[in-house]
Design a protein around this ligand. Structure first.
Ligand SMILES: [Zn+2]
Length: 397
């Protein structure tokens, strides 16, 4: 029997409680509330004082050619020898989902393939039920983003781990604990759980549409402005700040920036750089215990644009364009970000993203209200004149 501290609150889920008891060292204090939604470790992170950090990392990360063949070994290593529930999309089922199922079965395991093309709360419900009926002991999200989000949420509902198998490198959701879910034509970012393993086949990722990879690069490059927002919040609002997490976020952005001229369509080496940067960016969020190092005002701008534009662009594309503008507001080197995006072939203007100039201004004006508790360079909001000037000076409109 291990000596563990007395709880100062009550929580329903025994497995989390045991984990928590073991991770609190003497003298630390945690505010615990009770209720169903308090069973989410992510919420504890919000409540914890500065002396405790909750870091969740993937245990196995495989990047390279033919790594899908190694999935049975990954499952074995993680002692997930029973039943794997594979969530995948229509296209990704053929290029990866079914191949993985075959590999698992050849190795003597059991799997079920669930093909889904929408990330709605109802679909999460359906997948959760199907996973429970199958008695899955882990989920695999196999796809460009949607399938990974669905697996992330359903596995959390089933209280089993999930493995992220990206078939494209379009955003850092492939390694983070957050998932995007769509309801009433709005997308919402919610906390689910981080993957226990990431298996990224660079050959498959290199063959995915290049626009997706360029967007993934944009998502990582936007870390330059996210970290500045975080530093600002730390100075102005005394928000906890992690130097190590911020350095990791910068390092991942540097990886893309320094290789911008080598990131080209169809190249496996480009897929490798992009995935490595996305994994490192995800690790920065794990160290921080929040998405802070990789999500600032530019992400709020992107969420606002999702709600405003008739046909929004990709997440990473919008965040990168947002980052050009918020970097300008910080008085930083926005041209460096813009030039790297041009070199990669990612959009840098409203026209290239297929949205109107007015959408950009509206999104800039609305962005600060998307996540008001997250302080950024936008403060209490820009004036229309300032928003117009920002978009014009940075050549976004
Ligand atoms: Zn992002």
């Amino acid at each position: 029997m291990l000596q563990t501290p007395q709880p100062i609150g009550f929580i329903f889920k025994q497995s989390y409680l045991n984990k928590l008891k073991l991770s609190i060292t003497k003298g630390n204090m945690i505010i615990m509330k009770y209720g169903d939604d308090q069973c989410n470790p992510a919420e504890w992170r919000e409540d914890e004082n500065r002396s405790m950090r909750w870091m969740e990392f993937p245990r196995e990360v495989l990047i390279g050619k033919d790594v899908l063949n190694a999935i049975p070994d990954v499952l074995k290593k993680l002692k997930l020898n029973g039943k794997a529930f594979i969530v995948t999309g229509k296209n990704t089922a053929d290029i990866a989902g079914k191949i993985i199922a075959g590999n698992i079965e050849t190795a003597g395991g059991l799997s079920e393939v669930y093909v889904s093309d929408k990330a709605s709360p109802e679909e999460v419900e359906k997948i959760t039920e199907a996973g429970k009926a199958f008695e899955a002991d882990c989920f695999l999200g196999v796809g460009s983003g949607r399938s990974i989000d669905l697996a992330k949420l359903s596995s959390r509902n089933c209280d089993v781990p999930f493995i992220s198998v990206p078939t494209a490198a379009s955003h850092d959701g492939i390694v983070s604990s957050r998932a995007s879910i769509h309801s009433d034509h709005k997308s919402k970012s919610v906390d689910a759980q981080a993957p226990i393993a990431v298996v990224a086949d660079t050959e498959i990722i290199a063959k995915a549409p290049f626009r997706l990879m360029a967007a993934g690069c944009g998502d990582v490059i936007s870390n330059y402005s996210s970290v500045l927002d975080w530093e600002l919040a730390s100075r102005l609002k005394n928000e906890p700040f992690s130097r190590s997490a911020s350095l990791m976020a910068y390092m991942s952005a540097d990886m893309i920036l320094n290789s911008a001229e080598f990131i080209r369509p169809g190249l496996e080496s480009s897929a490798r750089i992009t995935i490595k940067a996305l994994v490192l960016s995800g690790a920065a969020m794990s160290v921080a215990g929040s998405s802070r190092p990789a999500s600032g005002a530019e992400h709020m701008f992107s969420h606002a644009l999702d709600r405003i534009a008739k046909k929004p662009a990709l997440h990473g594309e919008q965040c990168a364009v947002g980052s050009i503008m918020t970097m300008y507001l910080h008085g930083g080197n926005w041209e460096k970000i813009r030039n790297a995006l041009i070199q990669i072939g990612a959009p840098t203007s409203a026209r290239e993203m297929g949205v109107s100039d007015e959408d950009i201004i509206e999104a800039l004006l609305k962005a600060h209200s998307i996540r008001p508790e997250r302080y950024t360079i936008l403060g209490g909001g820009l004036t229309r004149e300032a928003a117009e000037k920002t978009a014009m000076v940075t050549k976004v409109i």
